[in-house]
Design a binder for this molecule. Structure first.
Ligand code: ADP
Length: 208
């Protein structure tokens, strides 16, 4: 068993902006971003696994834990083998996983969670609007239907929010998810930069 991956979790309701922030962060050397939903969406939708994913996501439900964890582990392994993710140099930024307490427990052996960044937004109307806009732009059928969106929020409250209590309160950072992507990103950086400094020895890029 290799060392556990040093990680930060991007956490928040659907539409809170985890993916947007994760993608920006993932462009910076020393961070590696992996969104569980992106891994699922990259599956061949005619394969058994792809069909299973569609079956759950089209209803706004979570894919069963065993399948999710297995797929996540395989993907992490592949990213590591390809050297896209370098565990000794990169802080892993996860978004969309763990999504319930069962997954958090199942990942304990694989993850050293240094920080949980809770993108907090009390305005569900605003998040729903973001999701509808994204559904049209990114062709995401799961977010185009009002009932499915509502169900996703219900699942978030019932299954995902309890994950916050699974981790020690001292590592959970609440940040305001309202504002422009750049404003929110500034808040995210305030949290992750000290984590990276404390755990990784990064040569300055100017010398490379
Ligand atoms: P968003 O970014 O809008 O919150 P995602 O792209 O993360 O949504 O997820 C899309 C769908 O993929 C979910 O509704 C769910 O069906 C499935 N999914 C993603 N991550 C997980 C996970 N960790 N466990 C179970 N299902 C997941």
């Amino acid at each position: 068993m290799p060392d556990r991956y040093k990680s930060v979790l991007l956490f928040g309701a659907p539409g809170a902006g985890k993916g947007t922030q994760g993608k920006i962060l993932g462009r910076i050397p020393g961070f590696f971003h992996l969104a569980c939903g992106d891994v699922f969406r990259s599956l061949d939708m005619t394969s058994d696994l792809g069909k299973e994913f569609l079956n759950y996501s089209s209803r706004g439900e979570l894919v069963p834990d065993e399948l999710t964890i297995q797929m996540w582990k395989q993907n992490m392994h592949a990213q590591t083998v390809l050297s896209l993710f370098k565990p000794k140099q990169d802080l892993l930024v996860l978004d969309g996983i763990p999504r319930n307490v069962g997954q958090a427990k199942a990942l304990e052996k694989s993850l050293d969670v240094l920080r949980v960044i809770h993108l907090r937004c009390n305005d569900e109307g605003a998040m729903m609007m973001r999701m509808r806009r994204r559904a049209l732009k990114e062709n995401r059928i799961d977010d185009a239907d009002e009932r499915v969106i509502r169900n996703r929020f219900e699942v978030y409250h019932a299954e995902t929010l309890p994950v916050l209590d699974f981790y020690p309160p001292a590592i959970v950072a609440d940040i305001d998810a309202m504002g422009s992507p750049a404003q929110v990103f500034q808040r995210v950086l305030d949290i992750v930069v000290p984590v990276q400094d404390a755990h990784f020895n990064r040569p300055s890029t100017a010398a490379q």
